[in-house]
Ligand binder design. Sequence first.
Ligand code: F6P
Ligand code: MG
Length: 439
Amino acid sequence: DLIYDACYWTLFPRSFAYLTIKDRTPQILTKVIDTLHRHKSEFFEKHGEEGVEAEKKAISLLSKLRNELQTDKPIIPLVDKCVDTDIWNQYLEYQRSLLNEGDGEPRWFFSPWLFVECYMYRRIHEAIMQSPPIHDFDVFKESKDENFFESQDSINALCTHLLQLKPITDLGEKQIQDEFFKLLQISLWGNKCDLSLSGGESSSQKADIINSLKDLKPFILVNETESLWALLSKLKKTAEPPAVRVDIVLDNSGFELVTDLVFADFLLSSELATEIHFHGKIIPWFVSDVTVRDFEWIVEHMKGSHLESMSACGAAWEAYVGMKKWVYHDHAFWTLPHPFCAMPQVAPDLYAELQKAGVVLFKGDLNYRKLMGDRKWKFTVPFHQALSGFHPAPLCSIRTLKCELQVGLQPGQAEHLTASDPHWLTTGKYGIFQFDGPL
Ligand code: F6P
Ligand code: MG
């Protein structure tokens, strides 16, 4: 069922993986360096000469990193002293051991794609960490915030839609179900807005998403939201004690995060769930991924918005956080290169946390790659099989396709897609909801 294992995808010169490492990542690094340059005077104002020196140091470390990448140097161990440094270096050792039988050494273009790409973001973090006093500067914060501001009209329209539904418990079962599917699809298409695919360039949501859902429906390749609905409605009726926890493993900040929060609000307001637990990253990751600062920043900016619906939602969301109906978690595991099936060994505490959920939703493409172990599965392999034993609770992946990896398709479906749209796997134009039971 595997076409090949441990995706050394960067070996294949025409693959998306190869192009990611060759073109997209240096572009992202250049943008990071440019961002630091532009903040020079801010660093000076805050920290004086020391700030300017730190900026220079970070830039020189990042230029070195870009050079290592572009000249295909060996992957070197991390030298910082963070909670995850040892695990990273052990993982590099493990990659080395896999190659040593062939007498090789992991290099930028001779390593599993997932590993190299995660490593690049971890090295950016290392460069900043090693440059105090600017060590907690988020090099991607600006682009994430920009994405939010540029999407404000869509966000406000979405919030207006949500508010008009309230009180949701007054709606009939059928309408609640329709809205459940609608808001899930909005959260799916929100995943188009990731900034690493565009090399860090803005990709905010300007279209009227609510009214586009019908036209987008044919682009959902696998839709198992009925099973998700069945599970949640069953839990609502049978959970003992009557508490249902839904966990959302977040992906991108900006518009996508708002679509997730709107869905989370709907789950609470419709009483399909009684608490929502969000999971984010502890360091800036894949350009647009959510950190605790982004999460708090968005709730605060929603609340402070001059647009009425946004501000009403922001206030409600702040109250959910205050009442602990919404709980935000982060864990170093999410920014390691490991596939999720390694979670019970590598991060047993996180696995135990997810086991408390009635269902776990995984947003986005990178989470999908990690769920699937980033192995090149046949397109028709069942989702459950490709999870390779990862099953902390019933789960559902919600992602737009941005890599050459997809399972659970009907026989012939992939071939048909390739014939009509050769780039169907990597443009984010298609989406899936894949559910793993039991009901
Ligand atoms: O660049 C690799 C990748 O995983 C892509 O496949 C995707 O473009 C991006 O990173 C992350 O996407 P997402 O934000 O949906 O996880
Ligand atoms: Mg992302």
